[in-house]
Design a protein around this ligand. Structure first.
Ligand SMILES: C[S@@+](CC[C@H](N)C(=O)[O-])C[C@H]1O[C@@H](n2cnc3c(N)ncnc32)[C@H](O)[C@@H]1O
Length: 200
């Protein structure tokens, strides 16, 4: 991502992977679906989904993790939000059967404004979006709001081996912001990702 200043209050723009738009955005969606598949599977395993009935994925991109979540044991209701129209369409197409079956819905929304009701989810997960949030604190407040008491927030980003890895300072800021909002938070490293977790 070159020189970057995260969480400055400005919405992301310009990078088709950060906010996929137009025909280039659709191409970016195909690349994302392929490039991040392994990470999504690792995250699903780390989340051990047997304990969650309702799950929200924020910044679902082309919908690969939504697909895994919709067929995970114990999960009855899955919602996905993304600010990109192209990603919402791709995620809906990829998950057409679960949508038809009423187990999944996907709509426009962002980490700062999911459009979901208070205390609605057992798990809120977001993968490779935290660096795109205009504000860490505002977005974490929104994730907190839509979680049920006792519900889990899981924020994942590319791991240390990736050229997109967070700097130590950015990494520490995510953990500190989670602790501010949730009271406690943990960080662990998976094979290809870092996973920050907290409970409401
Ligand atoms: C790098 S892609 C990751 C997509 C998918 N989660 C994955 O891991 O493959 C970043 C995604 O974040 C979305 N995004 C951008 N700004 C966002 C925000 N403020 N809140 C939530 N998602 C955002 C983009 O539209 C895009 O789908």
């Amino acid at each position: 991502m070159g020189e970057r200043k995260l969480w400055s209050g400005e919405p992301v723009g310009g990078n088709p992977f950060a906010l996929p738009r137009g025909p280039l955005g659709v191409a970016a969606g195909w690349v994302l679906a392929r490039a991040n598949r392994r990470q999504q599977a690792e995250i699903l395993e780390a989340l051990a989904p047997g304990h969650y009935r309702s799950v929200l994925e924020v910044g679902c991109g082309p919908g690969v993790l939504l697909d895994l979540l919709a067929s995970a044991p114990g999960v009855e209701e899955v919602a996905g939000v993304d600010p990109s129209r192209q990603m919402v369409s791709m995620a809906r197409r990829r998950n057409a059967a679960a949508l038809r079956a009423g187990r999944l819905r996907v709509h426009p929304g962002s980490a700062g404004a999911t459009g979901e009701p208070d205390a609605a989810f057992d798990l809120v997960v977001t993968v490779n979006t935290v660096a795109m949030w205009p504000s860490l604190d505002d977005s974490l407040a929104e994730l907190y709001r839509v979680l049920r008491p006792g519900g889990r927030a899981a924020v994942s980003w590319h791991g240390a081996s990736s050229r997109f890895a967070l700097t130590d300072e950015e990494d520490a800021r995510v953990l500190a912001a989670l602790r501010r909002r949730f009271g406690a938070a943990e960080r662990r490293e998976l094979g290809s990702a870092v996973l920050f977790e907290a409970r409401r």
